[in-house]
Write a protein of this length. Structure first.
Length: 145
């Protein structure tokens, strides 16, 4: 990576690589679009806007995790969920973690109900994301949409 992309948790984006479907990633992120806009959720604990996503549960596939996290955090569903890239991030303790980035199109906007994980959900133009968007997520939106 030519740029130093670090998010609010101190995680650093090391690389974006082709998905290796033989490797189960630790987490999944979803770039869901409605028309030309990107779905972001507001995380109240970190006070940032971010892509819906989370850790892959034991026995779960990355695809299932992506769909579940999207529904849990934004109430949205997509018709064509598919993996587009894997990312590698370094954690503040120096360890690395691999995640998979998915894309999909929201066909019908569903009402959002706030939770402890997300207190707001909106769509934003990729070129006009909110100032407090998690840095890694903003980078992914700009480079993978």
């Amino acid at each position: 990576m030519n740029e130093d992309i670090v998010n609010e948790r101190g995680e650093r984006l090391l690389s974006i690589v082709a998905s290796d479907f033989a490797v189960l990633p630790a987490f999944a992120l979803v770039i869901a679009t409605l028309d030309d806009d990107v779905v972001l959720v507001h995380n109240p604990r970190r006070a940032v806007w971010e892509l819906p996503g989370g850790f892959v549960d034991a026995g779960e596939t990355a695809d299932a995790c992506a769909g579940r996290e999207l529904r849990e955090e934004s109430a949205q569903c997509v018709a064509d969920l598919h993996g587009v890239a894997d990312i590698v991030i370094s954690l503040p303790d120096g360890t690395a973690r691999r995640g998979r980035v998915f894309r999909g199109t929201v066909t019908q906007w569903r009402p959002f109900v706030p939770t402890v994980e997300a207190d707001d959900c909106r769509t934003w133009r990729a070129s006009a994301l909110p100032v407090r968007t998690s840095a890694i997520d903003a980078y992914l939106v700009r480079h993978l949409t």
